[in-house]
Design a protein around this ligand. Structure first.
Ligand code: 0RA
Length: 647
């Protein structure tokens, strides 16, 4: 790596003072994105990121995250411990107190390691303090234990003091915090599945780092969950491919460092027999770059060239045959690209696209050299990869023919819109909403209920095609899928153009039962695989029709789920209602559907996000892939859980 300007020890003078904590409380969104569930979970990530930094610097091997019974969160690491010496700039404060109370003072010590900039990452532990009603810190360092605490958004409670000896001479930091309910008005309850997903990803990206999660809250599973992968991203690839049929058993791996680019890269890859052509998942400094960027571009370019050169040299591709396209070679590929660099530039709509040009040539060069060698050393695997690419090229040409046929057909259907679509009057996509409604009868209620100016209704009959198990040519022949593509109007797959989307809100409206959740998952899989940008840009939503209805003084009351029903029962102890379960969307009349589910003033829409696209990939395969037993089990145990929702 680059030369180290400063030794790997604490130099308090490096702490930069930028702003006070009041600024954070005034505009929390600026620092953690939102004060909704995503922002709430960001607090945990912020503390854990600091511990992971210690791991990356080589000082921490284990992080314990505990959700406490009283709603707090505890993060214990065995790193060096936050420095406890006096700070030169703030005479009466120790460095640890500065880290907890001064914005951006976090890990900005010295010049070693990879710092993270951009996005919402690395805002500092002081932000957690600013947005918590209480914070407790314990530091084990130099054989001693130190402790301090804060209340009400960073007001000192106990100043840092020595409280005893560090057990077994250990070093490390414990941060315990209780998010402030006056800041997080939507609630301060952590969702453990969201945390697990992220920590599993971090464990994959930081080889041999152990992250243990325990949930001590009432009614939750107290069994610890531990993530530790000695194979790092090789294990990540195996995990993503676990539910797929691998094309060969080994997982390829290479790494490279470059002083000029000031970064390093490691890549693991394996092909499976599936048809998905975007199984490349990339990361920069441990952040999932879902919009891709220079590292992905370098890899794709080199992969296409190396594979074509190899195929030509070994006569697996005839002289008169066309070169394989990039997507042909990527079909069935699962790859993890992880780069670490000193000054990452995060760009794009969601600040998740890596912009550093120098990283492109590093990755491209590394892939050229190492992948070439890997193919030479693994000739039978190489042959299968090329043969799969050739088959994909044929299917691609067949799909083009099928697509042209679909286009011609839809052109004959009037404006190219499906017959079942009740379109909205507005032609401005920014205000237009497409409701995809399960079943013709609910579709009918939806049509009557909607605001016809901005809301379009597309009824979908039964279960749409499972796109996880079909190539594009077959997909296009499915009438439900074809209707979806035509209604949205932006193409699909590689040719998807989000600018052409006719709606900026695409709302999935399914029954709140198991069948409904299956159809919802099929639709989400379709969007995730074929119109990924819709999901990435936050255009996809899930409507929440109520599951129960009852009456209170002749007024109909709707309850969205079992939790709402329990709350209602608790609040209305005398209520001896039938607590009738709605049989489905079809049972509500237009007015009820409007009031409970569609009215922009009263409805709750869940926005779908793909922060953890790689994990979502695995979830989708599990849900939709070939392994029927696994799928059954997964749907049974997670029927109500759409894991990658921002809820
Ligand atoms: C500043 C400097 C050093 C470590 C840390 C902060 C640090 C912060 C956190 C937050 C949670 N766990 C943490 N562990 C460490 C460097 C320490 C040194 O040079 O000795």
């Amino acid at each position: 790596m680059a030369d180290q300007a400063t030794p790997a020890s604490y130099d308090a003078g490096d702490i930069q003072v930028l702003e006070g904590l009041e600024a954070v409380r005034k505009r929390p969104g600026m620092y953690i994105g939102s004060t909704g569930p995503a922002g709430l979970h960001h607090l945990v990530y912020e503390v854990v990121d600091n511990a992971v930094d210690e791991a990356m610097a080589g000082y921490c091997t284990r992080i314990d995250v505990t959700l406490l019974a009283d709603g707090g969160c505890e993060v214990i690491d065995n790193g060096r411990g936050i420095p406890v010496g006096k700070h030169p700039q703030y005479e009466e404060l120790t460095a640890a107190e500065v880290v907890l109370t001064v914005l951006h003072a976090g890990g900005k010590f010295g010049g070693d390691g990879y710092k993270v900039s951009g996005g919402l990452h690395g805002v500092g532990v002081s932000v957690v303090n600013a947005l918590s009603s209480r914070v407790e810190v314990e530091i084990d360092r130099d054989g001693k234990r130190y402790a301090m605490s804060y209340n009400d958004g960073g007001m000192p409670d106990q100043k840092l003091s020595e409280v005893g000896v560090a057990p077994d001479g250990r070093t490390g930091t414990t941060v315990r915090f209780w998010p402030d309910p006056t800041v997080f008005k939507e609630g301060v309850e952590f969702r453990v599945a969201t945390l697990l997903e992220r920590f599993q990803m971090m464990a994959f990206l930081n080889r041999s780092l152990e992250i243990v999660v325990v949930d001590h809250r009432e009614g939750k599973d107290p069994e610890p969950v531990s993530f530790k992968y000695d194979g790092g991203i090789v294990d990540f690839v195996r995990y993503v491919n676990e539910t797929k049929e691998a094309l060969f058993s080994s997982v390829g791996y290479f790494e490279a460092t470059d002083d000029e680019a000031d970064g390093d890269v490691e890549i693991a890859f394996q092909w499976n027999t599936g048809y998905n052509a975007d199984g490349i998942h990339s990361f920069a400094n441990g952040i999932n770059t879902i919009e891709g960027g220079m590292h992905e571009q370098g890899f794709r370019t080199a992969l296409t060239r190396v594979a074509n050169n190899y195929a030509r040299e070994k006569a697996l591709l005839k002289e008169k045959e066309e070169n394989l396209a990039g997507e042909d070679i990527r079909e069935g590929l699962t790859a993890i690209i992880s780069v670490r660099l000193r000054d990452p530039q995060f760009e794009g709509q969601t600040k998740s696209k890596l912009g550093n040009v120098s990283i492109r040539s590093l990755v491209e060069k590394a892939t050229n050299d190492h992948l070439r060698n890997w193919l030479e050393e693994n000739p039978s695997e190489a042959k299968r990869i090329v043969q799969k690419g050739v088959a994909a090229a044929r299917a691609r040409i067949a799909a083009r023919t099928a697509r042209d046929a679909t286009r011609r057909k839809s052109a004959l259907d009037g404006a190219g819109l499906p017959g079942k679509l009740a379109d909205c009057a507005s032609k401005d996509p920014r205000e237009s909403e497409l409701y995809i409604v399960e079943g013709d009868s609910a579709g009918g209620s939806g049509k009557d209920a909607r605001d016809p100016r901005t809301m379009a209704i597309l009824p979908i009959r039964g279960k749409i095609l499972n796109v996880e198990r079909a190539r594009v040519d077959k997909m296009l022949k499915n009438s439900e899928v074809a209707a979806l593509i035509q209604a949205i109007g932006a193409g699909l797959g590689e040719e998807f153009e989000i600018e052409k989307a006719r709606y900026h809100k695409i709302v999935i409206l399914c029954d709140a039962d198991v069948d409904g959740s299956h159809i919802r998952t099929l639709l989400l899989t379709f969007f995730f695989r074929q119109m990924r940008e819709l999901v990435e840009q936050g255009y996809v939503y899930i409507a929440q029709p109520p599951l129960y209805s009852t009456e209170v003084s002749k007024q109909k009351v709707y309850l969205k789920d079992d939790a709402a029903r329990s709350r209602f029962l608790a609040d209305n102890p005398g209520h001896k209602a039938d607590f009738g379960r709605l049989k489905g969307l079809g049972e509500m009349d237009a007015e009820e559907l409007w009031e409970t589910t569609m009215n922009p003033v009263t409805r709750t829409l869940l926005q779908v996000n793909v922060e953890q696209a790689a994990v979502a990939d695995e979830v989708f395969s599990k849900l939709m892939g070939d392994d029927v037993e696994r799928r059954k089990h997964f749907i049974q145990t997670n029927a109500a859980d759409v894991r990658f929702l921002d809820i």
